[in-house]
Design a protein. Structure first.
Lengths: 129, 170
C-alpha cells in the first residue's frame, strides 16, 4: 500500500516542489491550494498519513486547517507538518499547540524534509514495515 | 472629565525604528542567498554587484506589519523572472510558461525572502500574501535597505522599505 500525503500551499510552485520531494520518497501525493480545499480532499474519505501545510494562504490558512483537522476524530491519525516561511518562535508554538507535529521553515532542502519525516517515522519504507 | 496629553504617544512614534537600525545589507543578502540555494538551485549564486535594471521590470513583494511596518520587494526584468520560474520549477516546468506561473513562482520567492526577513526584525509581526506587479515606491529614503545583485549575470534588487513617510523634523 502506498503511503499518502496531502500538500496544501497557495503557491503552485511550492506545491510542485514539496510534492516532488515526497513522490521521490515514495509517497502518493494529492494537492490543495488552501486549507478549505485541503478539508474538501479529506472529506472525500482520502485520509493521508501526512499533511504538509503552508501557513499564510487565502480562504483558510494553515493554522485554521490544523485546528479543523484536530476537531474531527476520524482524522486523528494524520500527522501534520507545517511547511512555511513563518518563522517567529511564537508562531511555531501556536502551530504546535494547535496540533501540528512538526515545523519546517522555508527555504528548506529535500534533506530537511527527509530528516523530519525520519524523526516522525514517516519515511515510506519505515511505514510499510 | 478632562485628559491630559502627556506626549507619550507622540514620543512613542518619534522613536519608530528605521529599517537601517534593524537589519543591514549583509543580512538581506544572506537571507536571499539561502532562499536562492534552496528554491532556485544549489549552484545558483547571487553576486553582490549592481547592474542596470531593464526598462521592462516586474516586482514581487510581501508586506510586514508589526513594530516595523514595510515591504520586502524583489525587482528584476521580466525575462529574468521567467528564467527564475523555470529554475525554481525544474523538471516540473511547463513547456510554455504563462504569466500566472511567473507571478506564482516569483511571488513565492518574495514570500520566502520576506518571511525570513520578518524573522530578523522585532516581532510579533504579520506577513501578507505575496503580490506581483509594480511595487509600491519607497516612502522614506532613510527607511530603506537595498541590495543589488546579479543572478546569472542579470540584475535583481531586493529592498526592505518602510511603508510610512518620514517623520517631520522638529
Amino acid at each position: 500500500m502506498n503511503v499518502r500525503a496531502l500538500v496544501i500551499d497557495d503557491s503552485r510552485a511550492m506545491r510542485r516542489i514539496v510534492s516532488s520531494i515526497l513522490e521521490g520518497l515514495g509517497y502518493e501525493v494529492q494537492q490543495a491550494g488552501h486549507g478549505r480545499e485541503g478539508l474538501d480532499v479529506l472529506e472525500t474519505g482520502w485520509v493521508p498519513e501526512l499533511v504538509c501545510v503552508d501557513w499564510n494562504m487565502p480562504v483558510m490558512d494553515g493554522l485554521q486547517f490544523v485546528s479543523a483537522v484536530r476537531t474531527n476524530p476520524a482524522w486523528r491519525s494524520i500527522t501534520i507538518m507545517m511547511v512555511t516561511s513563518e518563522s517567529e518562535h511564537t508562531q511555531i508554538v501556536r502551530a504546535l499547540a494547535a496540533g501540528a507535529h512538526e515545523y519546517v521553515i522555508k527555504p528548506f532542502t529535500a534533506d530537511a524534509i527527509r530528516d523530519k519525516l525520519a524523526l516522525l517515522g514517516l519515511l515510506p519504507q519505515e511505514v510499510a514495515l | 472629565m478632562s485628559t491630559t496629553d502627556t506626549g507619550e504617544r507622540r514620543r512613542g512614534s518619534d522613536s519608530r525604528p528605521l529599517i537601517t537600525e534593524l537589519i543591514d545589507e549583509a543580512t538581506v543578502q544572506s537571507i536571499a542567498e539561502d532562499a536562492w540555494i534552496a528554491l532556485v538551485g544549489e549552484e545558483e549564486l547571487l553576486v553582490p554587484l549592481p547592474g542596470r535594471l531593464p526598462d521592462d521590470v516586474v516586482s514581487s513583494w510581501v508586506d510586514v506589519v508589526g513594530p516595523w511596518t514595510g515591504t520586502v520587494v524583489l525587482t528584476t526584468g521580466r525575462q529574468t523572472a521567467a528564467d527564475l520560474t523555470r529554475a525554481l520549477l525544474g523538471d516540473a516546468s511547463p513547456e510554455v510558461l504563462d504569466s500566472e506561473d511567473v507571478a506564482d513562482a516569483f511571488g513565492e520567492i518574495a514570500n520566502v525572502v520576506g518571511g525570513n526577513g520578518k524573522a530578523a526584525l522585532p516581532g510579533p509581526s504579520a506577513l501578507s500574501l505575496p503580490e506581483v506587479g509594480s511595487a509600491p515606491a519607497p516612502r522614506n529614503p532613510a527607511d530603506l535597505c537595498r541590495v543589488d545583485v546579479l543572478w546569472r549575470g542579470e540584475p535583481l534588487s531586493i529592498s526592505v522599505q518602510g511603508a510610512l513617510p518620514a517623520l517631520p523634523v522638529h
